[in-house]
Design a protein around this ligand. Structure first.
Ligand code: ZN
Length: 129
């Protein structure tokens, strides 16, 4: 079996509108329309394989992340063929899950997050192909 490939890398920013031009310049891609994910407390947009995430309010986890650490690298996402199977495998291997069940993510995908305590200090998202 081939290993999982990186689906995207996410960067937390205070404002997608303010940050878009910088990442368009860096990547040569055009920023997608902003998608609202109220369940996750964020809005997201994609610039090539970068996901820009902005908090929808001051009490959201991404707002707290930016308060604590400033804007910057937030998570990496791997593309998996079967999210439920991947979650079961990681759970059985003792990996701490943030999401026990898949939830709706950006671009209409199902996603789930793993706890950074179990993944080398990096927040990891799984995205179903
Ligand atoms: Zn993501």
């Amino acid at each position: 079996m081939d290993g999982f490939k990186i689906d995207h890398i996410a960067i937390a920013v205070p404002s997608i509108t303010d940050a878009a031009a910088t990442f368009e310049l860096l990547t040569g891609h055009t920023c997608s329309p902003v998608e609202e994910l109220p369940d996750q407390g964020v809005n997201v947009a994609f610039v090539g394989s970068l996901e820009l995430i902005e908090p929808r309010g001051p009490a959201t986890s991404v707002a707290r992340f930016i308060d604590r650490r400033g804007a910057g690298l937030h998570h990496i996402a791997f593309r998996v063929p079967d999210l439920s199977e991947a979650l079961a495998k990681y759970r059985d291997s003792g990996v701490r899950l943030i999401d026990e069940e898949p939830r709706p993510g950006g671009r209409g995908h199902r996603v789930a997050f793993l706890h950074p305590k179990s993944t080398g200090g990096v927040l990891v998202e799984l995205v179903q192909e």
